[in-house]
Design a protein around this ligand. Structure first.
Ligand code: NAD
Length: 367
């Protein structure tokens, strides 16, 4: 078919990557397909100015390939800014595997995925994300060195989630200091949405500090388990967003701050682990600012995991990991104050600092 006979709709189809809503000058997008193992994956490399693109692999039952593509574009871009703001010499990348992690994941599929990662020669380094376990990274390691987050017994830094939770906790405390004048969370009410790998450890920190913790999850067994273990309260109402709590901690999936939820939010602070919490970072960031809700940028406070896997590459130990992650408190406070001073959204303030670091490095590299 010749381009000049395409109508507007068909042209839209003819720009499947560069024309996507979430496309933001990504350097490379790789589609991986393997008939034998059933692997259908997309690797997104957003930016490699600061270093190799590092970011986890998510396995999810996407309702369409478009949804998977948009997710990998959004997530990989987020990684660029996460590493940049955290001061790591890493670029931004991410991968998605289309499928049900409980049913479709096999060692063969993971090894095949690893081969695709390997074919990129280190431009992309993978790690775990939703639907992945440390043992899956061990499987990927069998075919490529370009993987992090492997088991401690195999020389890796292990499960990054507890460190991610610690960083979120630090970011939340900084937001509390900014909003309430004290970072003590005792007596504060927190809604933790999603009590998976990260959410559970966050609940642990919060309950230990004396916060009243509400938990919400689609998995009833987990709810019972976490309730019994930490004394958290299962949130039984259907509407998490309208809950009268001080802090909302999204720790499930992204885009929960959107047109449908934002008007209902009662929390004074949003601080959680989920990536891309704002469905539209411009629109919803601004609306939160207008409502006086303090938003601790997700890519800043959930960087503990990447700090942990970076240790594997840079060979630093647990002490340094904790020190770097604890520093999320200072960076968050600084960004909240900068945003206020310049009358900009907290998300934008964080992005601006991250982008500056990338631009500076690019200039240096050109010299
Ligand atoms: P996980 O898969 O272990 O946990 C997610 C939890 O959310 C599960 O318990 C799941 O049942 C629950 N959930 C799913 N949909 C839900 C819904 N609609 N309402 C309530 N609960 C729901 O994932 P994780 O590793 O804990 O990560 C959580 C989030 O943090 C993800 O968005 C992930 O991308 C992000 N994140 C994780 C890390 C990490 O180190 N694991 C690092 C950075 C960011």
């Amino acid at each position: 078919m010749q381009v000049d006979v395409l109508n507007a709709k068909e042209l839209e189809k003819a720009a499947p990557v560069f024309g996507q809503l979430s496309f933001d000058n990504h350097e490379q997008v790789v589609f991986c397909n393997d008939k034998d193992t059933g692997l259908k994956a997309i690797i997104g490399i957003h930016n490699t100015v600061l270093g190799p693109a590092l970011g986890g692999t998510r396995m999810w039952n996407y309702s369409s390939e478009w949804e998977a593509l948009n997710d990998v574009l959004r997530l990989s871009r987020g990684m660029t800014f996460k590493s940049a703001i955290t001061g790591l010499n890493l670029g931004g990348g991410k991968a998605v595997i289309i499928g049900d992690a409980k049913k479709d994941k096999t060692p063969e599929l993971m090894r095949k995925f690893g081969e695709y990662v390997h074919s990129l020669g280190g431009r992309y380094i993978t790690a775990e994300d939703v639907g992945m376990e440390t043992s899956d990274m061990d499987t990927v390691r069998e075919v490529t060195p370009y993987v992090s987050g492997i088991s401690e017994s195999k020389g890796g830094s292990g499960n990054p989630s507890p460190i991610t939770a610690y960083g979120v906790y630090m970011g939340m405390k900084a937001a509390a200091k900014y909003k309430f004048g004290s970072d003590n969370l005792e007596g504060k009410s927190v809604m933790v949405q999603g009590i998976g790998h990260v959410g559970e450890t966050l609940v642990d920190y919060l309950t230990k500090e004396g916060a009243t913790v509400y938990i919400s999850d689609i998995n009833d067994e987990r709810l019972e388990e976490v309730k019994n273990k930490y004394g958290a309260i299962i949130f039984n109402d259907t509407d998490v967003y309208s809950a009268e709590v001080d802090i909302y901690a999204p720790c499930a999936l992204g885009a929960t701050v959107n047109d449908q939820t934002i008007g209902r939010l009662k929390a004074k602070i949003i601080a959680g682990a989920a990536n891309n919490q704002l469905a539209d970072e411009l629109v919803h960031g601004k609306l939160l600012q207008e409502k006086g809700i303090v938003y601790a940028p997700d890519f800043l406070i959930n960087a503990g995991g990447i700090i942990n896997v970076y240790a594997e590459l840079e060979k630093y130990g647990k002490e340094e990991i904790m020190r770097k992650t604890e520093n999320i408190y200072n960076t968050t406070l600084e960004i909240l104050q900068t945003a206020e001073k310049n009358n900009m959204t907290t998300h934008f303030a964080a992005l601006k600092i991250a982008q500056q670091r990338i631009d500076d490095r690019k200039k240096q590299n050109l010299k």
